[in-house]
Design a protein around this ligand. Structure first.
Ligand code: FMN
Length: 199
């Protein structure tokens, strides 16, 4: 039985231990990601989110690119933990890349000048919503995922490798796979400090 919405929100976690073992078909992965992208809101219904799903060898290529980019900036004697971290993402089955189409953001800024400064912010906020919905959908199917930000470091190479339009700005990478370990306990701040209700 599938979890309900409240359970799904609660059980989505950051998974660093992931493997390549298949849980659902590639077709199903595509279907749940398309569903999340289709139904997640955006400012003015502008639908600026763009998503690229890399599976299997393409996913491994992404983390090879990231590792080589990091090798250029991390001192050689400190590279081992960095390499280990990248290898842990590579150990998964796929990665979802999140972009925001800046051509649309710029069009909106021109068209609705009053909100000019808001469109780039709303674009990022909407991207976060897409990330959450994809993350939770993957979790519902039994996959574990995490959220990574090697954006500027890899953007040029990623665009070249997967023929990504120049106007798509990379926002996040979400490696996923079958969980090989469970996330630890999470601490929560008191809700009375975070949520106020007035009537
Ligand atoms: C906007 C945002 C950015 C994050 N960036 C990273 C990141 O770059 N690397 C990473 O490992 N986790 C990242 N995380 C994951 C958080 O550290 C994690 O969600 C948080 O500690 C709560 O744990 P949970 O996901 O298990 O609930 C990010 C989460 C959010 C919402």
């Amino acid at each position: 039985m599938k979890k309900n919405f409240y359970e799904a929100i609660e059980t989505r976690r950051t998974h660093y231990g992931i493997s390549k073992e298949e849980i659902v078909s590639d077709e199903k992965i595509k279907e749940i990601i398309e569903h999340a992208v289709k139904h997640t809101p955006s400012a003015f219904n502008s639908q600026t989110a763009r998503v690229v799903v890399l599976l299997d060898k393409q996913h491994e290529k992404l983390w090879d690119i990231t590792k080589e980019a990091l090798r250029k900036i991390v001192p050689a004697d400190k590279f081992a933990p960095t390499e280990e971290k990248i290898n842990s993402f590579n150990a998964g089955y796929g990665t979802v890349l999140f972009f925001e189409d800046q051509d649309i953001v710029q069009y909106l800024q021109k068209e609705f000048a009053t909100y000019k400064d808001n469109f780039p912010i709303w674009s990022k906020e909407s991207s976060g919503m897409h990330q959450f919905n994809v993350w939770t959908s993957l979790e519902l199917e039994g996959y574990g995922a995490s959220l990574q930000h090697y954006n500027e470091l890899i953007e040029e190479e990623v665009k070249k490798e997967w023929n990504i339009p120049q106007g798509w700005e990379i926002r996040a990478q979400m490696p996923f796979g079958k969980p090989t370990s469970q996330p630890g306990e999470k601490e929560f701040k008191p809700l009375e400090d975070r949520v106020k209700v007035y009537k």
